[in-house]
Design a protein around this ligand. Structure first.
Ligand SMILES: [Zn+2]
Length: 414
């Protein structure tokens, strides 16, 4: 049963989303990379909105923004991220943070939920500017040690510690999760894919978040003249790269399910000239799959293939498992059931269960406390692009469903 659902204020939610969109606006899109001046400015703006909502708001020593409830009892943590890709949309991440803020406000205004504690979080650098995965949520959950922060830098070569100092966040303690405080974590997000729109559904209830591995291969052969070096004496790094890429595509095809994806996204030949047999080469491979055990298996298959093709007399192959990996994560059944019931209450038959192919902060939180996610449709399935958008009625509906679920979670678990 779903009862006494507090009504969210859709106009207020949309107004805040549009206000935040102005920070880093580029046409219809947004460029708000973590810890850039405009991102820092938007974090201070968010602190003010959280204070207006009656929350105890602050930015911690890593840049996470928290709005903590002053109510007693177990709290529900609601959040996502407000940083963007180099070319980002206005809803990716931002949506879930604003859902948290609106839910906190709606609860405070409703007699039946006034005493419920809702904490709101905006996790820093979910988009991985500093190549530490989902930095803010992973740090908060204890998945990243302080040491790991020291060597991190962005593409411009600015170190994370310098960026934090410049932002003025370095003097504040870095918050870590107190799991006793929480009944769980919920996150609303745009789908970033086409499935909800294609099926005419307005809500997705996430079952699992795909695991991901990034592998980097280097090939060491011998650089030589493209005209004079006989074919049988060459140590051609490119030929070896192509051979491995072909084997990967062939072997993985035998071990995957339809939702598994893998991508060879970067190839570099060194020195890269039509007149030179490449002496070295580099290649990346990314594998994503909803089941963590399959990601592990596919990764070890590939590592074994590389070992098989490694030739001490010819081209050597080295594999480096890069730091940015995501552990495949199953969402909490109990919290999920609340979101399912709320969806069925507001839009009977017009929602579906679905896995997430993209990574989210909820993956980090799920390692420590019960966590669940809700998706709303993305127009044309487009995200990580200026064109990213969602119908206003879907934005408002998603918040209402999450609010109803939040109330029922806290009724049960506070
Ligand atoms: Zn996101």
């Amino acid at each position: 049963m779903v009862d006494q659902a507090p009504r969210i204020n859709g106009e207020r939610l949309l107004r805040d989303l549009h206000d935040l969109r102005k920070f880093g606006a580029r046409g219809t899109g947004v460029v708000r990379r973590s810890l850039t001046a405009v991102d820092v400015e938007s974090r201070h703006w968010l602190v003010e909105r959280m204070k207006d909502a009656g929350l105890d708001a602050s930015i911690d020593g890593i840049g996470n923004v928290f709005g903590l409830s002053k109510k007693s009892g177990k709290a529900l943590l609601v959040g996502s991220h407000t940083d963007t890709q180099p070319e980002g949309g206005w809803l990716d991440g931002t949506l879930g943070v604003m859902y948290g803020l609106e839910i906190a406000r709606a609860f405070a205004e409703n007699d039946s939920t006034q005493e419920f504690a809702v904490d709101v979080a905006s996790w820093i650098d979910e988009e991985g500017t500093f190549s530490l995965g989902s930095l803010g949520s992973e740090y908060f959950c204890g998945l990243l040690a302080d040491d790991a922060l020291e060597s991190a830098e962005n593409e411009a070569g600015q170190s994370l510690l310098d960026a934090l100092k410049e932002a003025g966040f370095d003097k504040t303690p870095r918050a870590r999760l107190d799991s006793q405080r929480y009944a769980g974590y919920i996150e609303g997000h745009i789908e970033q894919g086409p499935y909800l729109e294609d099926e005419g559904k307005s809500i997705g209830v996430v079952t699992s978040i795909a695991g991901m591995r990034n592998l980097a291969f280097t090939f060491e052969g011998e650089q030589n003249h493209a005209g004079t070096a006989p074919m049988d004496r060459r140590k051609d790094a490119c030929r070896k790269l192509i051979e491995l890429a072909g084997r990967i595509n062939h072997v993985l095809s035998d071990h995957v399910v339809p939702t598994t994806v893998w991508t060879i996204g970067q190839i570099e030949l060194i020195p890269g000239s039509p007149n030179i047999v490449p002496g070295a080469a580099k290649m990346t491979l990314q594998i994503r799959d909803g089941e963590e055990s399959r990601v592990e298996k596919l990764t070890s298959l590939v590592v074994n293939l590389a070992a098989d093709l490694d030739d001490p007399e010819g081209v050597r192959i080295a594999v480096d498992p890069k730091a940015d990996r995501m552990i495949g994560t199953v969402m909490d059944d109990g919290l999920r059931a609340h979101i399912e019931r709320a969806a069925e209450h507001h839009v009977p038959g017009c929602w579906r269960l679905m896995p997430s192919a993209a990574g989210h902060d909820a993956q980090a939180l799920a390692t420590q406390i019960p966590s669940a996610m809700l998706f709303i449709p993305s127009i044309g399935g487009i995200s990580h692009a200026f064109e990213e958008d969602t119908k206003e009625k879907d934005i408002v509906l998603g918040c209402q469903v999450l609010a109803t679920a939040a109330a029922s979670i806290l009724r049960e678990r506070r």
